[in-house]
Design a protein around this ligand. Structure first.
Ligand SMILES: Nc1ncnc2c1ncn2[C@@H]1O[C@H](COP(=O)(O)OP(=O)(O)OP(=O)(O)O)[C@@H](O)[C@H]1O
Length: 308
């Protein structure tokens, strides 16, 4: 088995019901080692509930969870020891520095000062020196919280809305740090956001949650492809149109349906492509460039307005 194919988390038909409402409705997903898996959904979609079931903070009503290939009460207990999380924020001591906070967290773990220094560096907290946690910015506090979960050396980290409330530079910094967790420490990450945009540059895989249901799972490449700018061509004669595109030397296109083609290159040449098609006696019912913003794409998937 190669590293990348090892399944870290597998959820099958996980449901959680509160009264009459289904916070989670048969959610199935699989996270493999090395993935940065982004759970996207507006407030109330079920992101936190899902993360809590994985952490064992709440029980599932239906379905099954497997961690590191193990399931059942004992198996999951074992698996959860290999995880870290930011759902339940660890107690940060306001009057202690970042280093002192980590020392306290590490007190019963036999963690060396060297390791604590490494963690501070990793989390961009190496420069905080004598500054007390109570004087930290939100981003610094969040990074310190993540640092303290890393003390136990988790292989799998769950981060609930790690970019929530951060300013743009804080968001960029958090993204860089999450990348580092994966590249430098080999940690697999599950994280959530109510904004697809916020995770768009960090996650390798996405799952869109809506009303407790997982409505779409897609890779970074698929997302890029689906939200990329393209020329949309509608014609009843797709075969002929393909021949014309080939003749024009256009290679990056996709036949979407019997009447629709998406062209991902030559975006500035719409009128000359149109001319060639017409010259070949094709009926073009529509041709034009489309660009979908990530949030529009998200709204289209979830079908409506978002309160995000
Ligand atoms: N303990 C609870 N009791 C009753 N209903 C709950 C409970 N926890 C969550 N819910 C409901 O379950 C649904 C999913 O909530 P959840 O917190 O998982 O959403 P979320 O996607 O994480 O949103 P947010 O970003 O607001 O945390 C919501 O309708 C919420 O009201």
């Amino acid at each position: 088995m190669t590293m990348m194919s090892e399944t870290i988390l597998k959820a099958v038909n996980v449901s959680k019901i509160y009264g009459k409402s289904k916070a989670l409705d048969k959610v199935s997903l699989e996270i493999k080692r090395g993935m940065i898996y982004g759970l996207i959904g507006e407030n109330g979609a079920g992101k936190s509930t899902f993360m809590r079931t994985v952490m064992g903070l709440i029980t599932v009503d239906e379905g099954n969870i497997e961690l590191f290939g193990e399931t059942g009460i004992k198996g999951l207990q074992k698996g959860r020891r290999r995880m870290g999380q930011s759902i339940e924020t660890p107690a940060l001591y306001p009057d202690l520095t970042a280093r002192e906070n980590l020392r306290v967290q590490a007190a019963n773990g036999g963690v060396s000062d060297r390791e604590i220094d490494d963690l501070l560096q990793l989390m961009n907290l190496g420069h905080t020196g004598k500054k007390k946690a109570k004087n930290f910015s939100l981003g610094m506090r969040q990074r310190l919280a993540i640092a303290s979960t890393l003390i136990t050396n988790p292989e799998f980290l769950i981060l609930d809305e790690p970019t929530n409330g951060l300013d743009p530079s804080g968001i960029v910094e958090m993204r860089e740090i999450i990348h580092r967790l994966v590249t430098e420490r080999g940690i697999t990450v599950l994280l959530s956001s109510h904004l697809l945009d916020e995770l768009s540059q960090v996650a390798t895989h996405y799952a869109i949650l809506h009303d407790g249901q997982l409505i779409r799972e897609l890779s970074k490449e698929e997302l890029a492809r689906e939200t990329r700018q393209y020329i949309e061509l509608e014609t009843t004669e797709v075969q002929k149109a393909v021949a014309v595109l080939d003749e024009l030397g256009i290679k990056d296109y996709e036949v979407i349906s019997g009447s629709k083609i998406h062209i991902y290159e030559s975006l500035d040449d719409v009128s000359s492509i149109n001319r060639s098609l017409v010259l070949a006696n094709l009926k073009v019912s529509r041709i034009g460039t489309t660009r979908q913003k990530l949030e529009d794409y998200f709204l289209q998937l979830t079908g409506g307005t978002s309160d995000a």
